[in-house]
Design a protein around this ligand. Structure first.
Ligand code: PEP
Ligand code: MG
Length: 578
């Protein structure tokens, strides 16, 4: 078969060569074919077998659901079973197989669509909603027929390259690097949380491939280049050889960088910046220290919530935070309060669907609205502060009132803990993320009140440029070198320093070696990134001089387009051996 090249967005570096395994959520929009007369009996038998598998699966799910969510909710799954056993549902499919020579998949697909449209057109809303149950049953049946069923991401135990239309952040966090050597998706933007988590996990990834990915079959060989964003399906011998050599070079480059883990991030002319890691668990913290992290600049606590089936209680959270703090010893740990919403969902926290989830009920907005949840988390964080150098940080602050209310709740929690005789760090610093342009613009006012800032460029870029960070079609507009971003960064750092406040950066820009010279010149006190990026960034800083970076910044501030700035940064980096 001929070699096929596909290109997407490389979001997590590294080259991998391996066999494909597909992870399909839905069989919607797939085209299924016909069969010959001789195959009719076989197709009917395949359909009956698939139906039996589904009934068995649904029975298990009902049993499980009765224990976890109660009999009433388990009834919803029961309704799906009724569709399967309905005297016309599967028999209608059999008719299509024998009369029209449809394959079992095609027959199932047609009947499912027909029944769905009957429900969708019913006058009663309750009945219209049943269309979703029919679709679920249809997906289950088609999964059983195509054999793509039952891939539980956490259960994959062979070395593969995962291909999916899309991966939710909850899917991504289940991926085991030992087996999933890389992944490729059809959809997704470069700072979607799936992209960020792939970097954190150190799994090479190419996303936003668009059309072409659906042609790839299980078991085919694929080369994934997470640096350039290229994927090659069914590579020829020569291509495999070239990429194997590149992989070997990567390993060499990696070992050349190894020494930087234990080095400080100091420029040639002696200017030092603190290097932090963005993490989600105590295991990540251990890895981050190994890679040379001097602190945790961002603990994404939502990862703890995402790995549970229900809201983690205070004791559970306290244990995780304390474990992380203990791993870090006397190094700072910035714990960000729950940042859920946008592309990060919690199945057990029913948030109604919104038109613009990134502009909606998320992060600090949700926490202020669901105060008991927020208080539980703050209690756990404050109690963990007795064990090391913890700071609290609020995500998605958009106005001073929000900050003041959130800070007020921290004071209330401190009071509770004092009254109970629980120890915590009385001097704990409380700061905010700068992710919303209104905060970057009003940085002067915020700087008077907050203890520190951390700039979240992933969101700051999307909100400033009105570019959805999840949408691959407009990815070309999503650029942290846009002059509007540089101007906001300068405003924040100047405002923070005028008040003697610490300002770090924990968005993806901090881990981009090409941006680092600019960030040093702007005066950021700390850069926090995926642990996998630390050694490269430390290496970069050790190759440059602050004086030169400052002159570079002067030039950049005169530029009007992201492209001009990017080109300038690229030539600066290559001149300085970066
Ligand atoms: C950011 O927005 O830059 C950030 C670090 O937060 P997250 O990526 O989790 O939204
Ligand atoms: Mg953010």
């Amino acid at each position: 078969m001929a070699e096929i090249r596909l290109s997407g967005i490389g979001v997590s570096e590294g080259i991998r060569i391996g066999k494909v395994i597909r992870y399909d959520h839905s069989f919607h929009n797939q085209q299924f074919g016909n069969v010959s007369v001789e195959d009719v009996a076989r197709e009917i038998k395949r359909l009956a077998d698939a139906k039996a598998i589904c009934v068995q699966e649904i029975n298990q799910l009902i049993e499980q659901a009765q224990q976890t969510v109660g009999a009433e909710k388990a009834g919803v799954i029961q309704a799906q079973k009724s569709f399967l056993l309905d005297p016309s549902f599967c028999p209608e499919m059999e008719k299509l197989i024998s009369k029209k020579m449809f394959s079992a998949e095609k027959a199932a697909d047609q009947i499912v669509k027909k029944v769905m449209s009957i429900f969708e057109n019913m006058p009663n809303e309750y009945m219209r909603e049943r269309a979703a149950d029919v679709r679920d049953v249809g997906n289950r049946l088609l999964a059983a027929l195509t054999g793509a069923k039952g891939i539980n991401l956490g259960d994959i135990r062979e070395a593969v390259i995962l291909i999916a239309e899309d991966l939710a952040p909850t899917d991504t966090v289940q991926l085991n690097k030992k087996y999933i050597h890389a992944f490729v998706t059809q959809k997704g933007g470069k700072t979607s949380h799936t992209a960020i988590f792939s970097k954190t996990l150190g799994i090479p990834a190419v996303i936003g491939i668009g059309v072409g990915l659906d042609q790839i079959q299980d078991g085919e060989t694929i080369i994934v280049d997470g640096t350039s964003g290229i994927c090659i399906v069914n590579p020829e011998e020569d291509t495999i050889r070239i990429y194997s050599e590149k992989m070997a070079k990567e390993v060499n480059d990696e070992s050349a960088l190894e020494a930087y883990a234990s080095k400080e991030a100091v420029t040639k002319d002696g200017y030092r910046v603190e290097i932090g890691a963005n993490i989600g668990t105590a295991t990540d913290a251990l890895y981050a220290v190994e890679q040379g992290a001097e602190g945790i600049g961002l603990l994404r606590t939502e990862l703890i919530y995402m790995s549970e089936d229900s809201l983690p209680d205070e004791a559970r959270q306290f244990k995780v935070y304390r474990d992380i703090v203990e791993v870090m010893g006397d190094k700072p740990v910035i714990i960000r309060t729950l940042d859920i919403g946008g592309d990060k969902e919690l199945s057990y926290l029913k948030i109604p669907k919104e038109m613009n989830p990134f502009l909606g009920y998320r992060a600090i907005r949700l926490c202020l609205d669901q105060k008991p949840l927020f208080v539980t988390q703050l209690r756990a964080i404050l109690r963990a502060s007795a064990y090391g150098k913890v700071k609290v940080m609020f995500p998605m602050i958009s106005c001073l009132e929000e900050w003041r209310i959130a800070k007020g709740i921290v004071e209330e929690v401190k009071e509770q803990l004092r009254a109970e005789g629980n120890s915590f760090d009385e001097g704990i610093e409380v700061g905010i993320m700068v992710e919303v342009p209104s905060v970057a613009i009003l940085a002067k006012q915020f700087a008077i009140e907050v203890d520190f800032f951390s700039i979240g460029t992933n969101d700051l870029v999307q909100y400033t440029l009105a570019v959805d960070r999840m949408n691959e079609k407009i990815d070309y507009l999503y650029d942290h070198f846009n002059p509007a971003i540089i101007s906001l960064l300068q405003n924040v750092v100047t405002a923070a320093h005028a008040e003697g406040k610490f300002v770090g950066m924990c968005g993806g820009m901090a881990g981009d070696p090409k941006a680092v010279p600019l960030l040093l010149a702007l005066g950021l006190d700390e850069l926090s990134m995926s642990a996998t990026a630390i050694r490269k960034v430390k290496h970069t800083i050790n190759q440059i001089e602050l004086e030169k970076c400052r002159r570079l910044l002067e030039d950049v501030l005169q530029m009007n387009t992201a492209q001009d700035i990017r080109l300038k940064m690229e030539s600066f980096c290559s001149e300085n051996g970066i």
